[in-house]
Structure formats: C-alpha cells, structure tokens
Design a protein around this ligand. Structure first.
Ligand SMILES: O=P(O)(O)OC[C@H]1O[C@H](OP(=O)(O)OP(=O)(O)O)[C@H](O)[C@@H]1O
Ligand SMILES: NC(=O)CC[C@H](N)C(=O)O
Ligand SMILES: [Mg+2]
Length: 505
C-alpha cells in the first residue's frame, strides 16, 4: 500500500516525519525514506527495512530543515531493490523530491513518453519514478521565471491527463514548497492537517489521519479526488481541483484491511466501518447458519478483532482470544513472496489451546486472499483440540487481481479464483465457511458516509473503475509480478549496486 507524509513547518520536521511514518508502518514494511530541504539543499536517507531500522541517530541529525517528505514502501511495481525505495529525486526543474502511494496502470506507455518525448532517463523499474518524471517534465514546460500556485495546479491538471491508475502523491520542490495530489477517483487516501505553533501555522499531508494525530497536527480535511494542495515554503496554503471529472471512489480494501482502525478516511471511521461489517456478517450467520452449533467466536489477530467482537455480540456468543500475536512480527499479507508469508503465520500467531479444546469455534478474519493465514490457523485450531472449526470472512471472495496499489497481481494465486465456497472451504479444511456479501460490505462502509456513491471494489467484482483494464493487461501483470516471476533469477541486490539513489549509508 505505502504510506506518505509531507510537512511544511516552522522548525525542523525530521522527527515529525519519522513519527508520522512509524504510525503508517502498517502500510509498507519493505523500505522507508525521508528527504528534507535545508538551505536550498536536499538531505536524504532511504533504505530497505522498517522505519525504526532505517533511521539511526546519525541519519536523523543530518535530516535538517523545515520542510520535507517521507515514505514507507510496500512494492506493487518494479522490484524490492533499495534503489526503488522512496522518496525519489530529480534535479531538474528546481530539484524535486517525490513519494507515491498507489499504482499506475499505463506505466508502459509512460515509459516510452518519458524517454522519447521528455528525453528523461528512468534508472529503475518503479512506476513512481516514472510518475515523478512526468510531473517534472510538465513543470519544466512552465517557462515563466516564477512558479505560481496557478502554474503548479496547471501542471497537476496536465499530469492527471497523462497518467492513469491510483495515486496519492507528495512532492517537495526546492525553493518553492510542497505539492500533494490525489487521483481523480480518490482510490488512495490523503489527509490534510494543520498545527499552530508560536512561530506560525504548519501544514502536513499524510496517507491516513492517524499520522496527523501522532505528531499533534489537527485534521483539517481529506484531500478531494483530483484535488491538489500546494503549501509554499513560507507556509501559505493553496488548494484547487485539478481534474475535469473527479468522482469519489475510494478503495474499499482500505476499510477491510489496510488502514488503521483509528484513522478516518473520506469522512469514514475505519473502526466504525469494521464494526458495521461485523454486524452485517453476524446477521448473515444468524440467518444462514441457524443449525450450526457454535460455542465461541475467535478473531485472527490483528485486523479482524473489531469485526469478530461485533459478530460475537450479534450472535450473543462469547468472544475469546484464542490466538496470541507476536508483536515483533509484522503483517504477513504485505510481505514480499509467498514463502516468507507462509513461514511467518506460525511465528506470528500461537494458539491458547485451552480456548479450543472440545469446542466448536467460529474463526473470523477480515479477508481471505491467498488462504495462507486461514489454512494454517484452522490447522492450529484443530491441533489445539477444537471439535469443529467454522470460518467467517468480513470481505467477500477475492477473485480478481488488484492493479491499484495492492500486490495481488495474479488471479491464480487467489484461493477463491475459479472456486465455489464449498471448494474453498475444503481447501482450507474448514467445517463451514461464510463470506460477507459485497452489497453488505459496501453498505457497512457507506453507512459512515452516505455521500459516497461508489467504492473501488475490483478485487471482488472485476469492475476496474479506471476503465482501462482488459484481459491482456491482467495477463501482463501476472507474467511480470506473479509468484513465478518473483522466482525468476533477478539478482535484486545487484540492482541496488548502482547506488545512484543514496549518497550516504
Ligand atoms: O489469505 P491471506 O493471503 O493469508 O491474506 C489474508 C490475511 O492477511 C492479513 O493479515 P496480516 O497478517 O497481513 O495482518 P494483520 O495482523 O493486520 O491481520 C489479513 O488480515 C488476513 O489475516
Ligand atoms: N503500494 C504502493 O503504494 C506502491 C507504490 C509504488 N507503485 C511502488 O511499487 O513502489
Ligand atoms: Mg490478518
């Protein structure tokens, strides 16, 4: 998914950027980076790893300046090489640092345009580096001597026309300010915050409102789909809609899994939406599983806990914690590669056997994607002595690849692809399996903001909102990014050997 932050402050911003990234860590665990501007110079630190491991005191000391941006990465294009960690940088025009959450769907065409028309070189396979170069090329075309907010917004409007897919972006332009914008569908989230200090007002943009809370910024509002926010280095805020056809269609999977429950996205409390999901699924279980003799409801930590508690309340059954999560192991779904994900489930979750012995348990998860977690967890419940193991998923069956910033490039890897519910149930060896209906999931989230008419739900229904995805596109990303492609002998370490991206370790 990736987390982005950007701050224009009145004093050093590195610590706030760092703190913001630590609370966005759940969006990307593979790499992290911060770039600040001080005295008309960029300072950069980025590397593979968690935020806490990437930044040591010596790096933080070097990240001086009152303006900067940060990123934590979950790769959905290109490779996991540290050369593709963000922020990216181009020296012309002005000098731009850039961070991106999302995924472009016309990267192949853009690659050609960037080299042929813009005569720019891209040194990685990252779609984000491409996006930066499109933006830079458009900025380059502003020939006036000063860069006004109006010009910046025209640049964003032209960029919107060229790129397709999902993007929430933050860019620091040296000598000018910070620019942030969101794709015309608002697929990926972006929030704006403000902090009042003795020295004046400071502004921050972040993927989730929780990052604003963590560093004492007050949530102002969500950036609208297609809208751009430009904060000058003096701290003046300008905003403008830069898309001719903005339509609000946020990714529903943010609410199911990605976002933190204490975030608000597009006016929706992520937590409240999950409670609603639990209520709806609980009601469905009541209707359709009246004959099932469930003794206890048990969540699969961590994301499903809010949903499971509400299911237990709705069914008037006890809610018990049957699995303990090792707090030092990250999220398994966003790990790169199936071998690592598989190994991590048992290291991450351990059963409290007394909660299972002789009981018919209902295990609840937020979603079943590859079936990595559910298969192993059901096995653990049985090893712990459960009589029957039922399974409920707060999201419907995931049958289609994602092209908007979730690393699900291949339908074949999805356990629900080409299978009916009974077959999935057999595969994960459950005694019964139930999924939320898509209409209920949409309602559960919409209940919190009825103004949103549509959500991006392609992983469930194959309806890709940008309208540019066909079978050959899906076959292409499967070949390029599916598990088989990851096993191909690309020596990723070698890719980072160029080391153009980092001037100090
Ligand atoms: O079917 P799968 O391919 O296993 O994917 C789905 C699982 O992965 C996620 O958990 P994750 O461990 O990433 O994070 P969490 O601790 O936030 O639940 C999600 O919450 C499901 O448990
Ligand atoms: N998950 C994301 O937002 C990824 C951003 C970008 N596509 C990358 O792969 O680095
Ligand atoms: Mg989970």
């Amino acid at each position: 998914m990736c987390g982005i932050v950007g701050i224009v402050g009145k004093a050093g911003v590195a610590q706030s950027l760092y703190d913001g990234l630590t609370v966005l860590q759940h969006r990307g665990q593979d790499a992290a980076g911060i770039m600040t501007i001080d005295n008309n110079m960029f300072n950069l630190r980025k590397a593979n790893g968690l935020v806490r491991d990437v930044f040591h005191t010596r790096h933080m000391k070097r990240l001086t300046g009152n303006m900067g941006i940060g990123h934590c990465r979950y790769p959905t294009a290109g490779t996991s090489s540290s050369a593709e960690a963000q922020p990216f940088y181009v020296n012309s025009p002005f000098g731009i640092a850039f961070a991106h959450n999302g995924n472009l769907t016309n990267a192949v065409e853009l690659q050609q345009e960037v080299s042929r028309i813009a005569r720019r070189h891209i040194n990685t396979t990252s779609d984000s580096e491409l996006l930066l170069n499109i933006l830079a090329h458009e900025l380059q075309n502003c020939t006036e001597s000063t860069l006004t907010p109006e010009q910046v917004f025209q640049v964003v409007a032209r960029t919107h026309k060229k790129i397709r897919g999902a993007y929430a972006v933050v860019a620091a332009i040296i000598g000018h300010g910070i620019l942030a914008f969101r794709d015309p569908y608002g697929i990926r989230p972006l929030a704006l915050g403000k902090r009042t200090t003795e020295l004046g007002d400071e502004y921050m943009v972040a993927s989730e409102s929780v990052a604003l809370d963590a560093v004492g910024f007050k949530f102002v509002r969500d950036v609208a789909p297609g809208e751009a926010v430009y904060i000058t280095e003096q701290g003046q805020l300008f905003t403008q809609q830069c898309s001719e056809t903005p339509t609000m269609s946020p990714c529903i999977f943010e609410f199911v899994y990605f976002a933190r429950p204490d975030s608000f996205i597009d006016g929706i409390s992520v937590y409240a939406s999950r409670v609603n999901m639990g209520k709806k699924l609980g009601e469905k279980i009541k209707r359709e599983w009246a004959d099932k003799d469930i003794d206890v409801v048990i969540p699969i930590p961590e994301t499903s806990m809010d949903v499971a508690l509400q299911i237990a309340n709705t069914l008037e059954l006890p809610y018990r914690q049957g699995f303990v999560k090792n707090r030092y192991i990250g999220r398994t779904f966003i790990m790169p590669g199936q071998t690592m994900r598989k190994k991590s489930v048992r290291r991450k979750l351990n059963a409290i056997s007394s909660e299972f012995k002789g009981k018919n348990v209902l295990l609840v998860d937020d979603s079943i994607v590859r079936g990595t977690t559910s298969g192993q967890i059901i096995e653990m419940a049985r090893e712990s002595g459960a009589k029957k193991v039922y399974f409920a998923s707060a999201a419907p069956e995931i049958r289609f690849p994602n092209v908007y910033g979730i690393d699900m490039p291949s339908a074949n890897e999805l356990v629900a692809y080409g299978r009916e519910i009974d077959q999935i149930s057999d595969l994960i060896q459950a005694d019964g399996l139930i999924f939320q209906d898509l209409s209920d999931l949409v309602e559960a989230v919409r209940e919190e903001n009825e103004q949103i008419a549509r959500f991006e739900t392609s992983v469930f229904d194959g309806d890709y909102i940008t309208g540019d995805i066909d079978q050959s596109y899906l076959e292409g990303i499967d070949a390029a990014r599916g598990e088989k492609a990851k096993k191909a002998p690309v020596v990723q370490a070698e890719l980072s050997n160029l080391d153009l991206h980092n001037f100090d370790q």
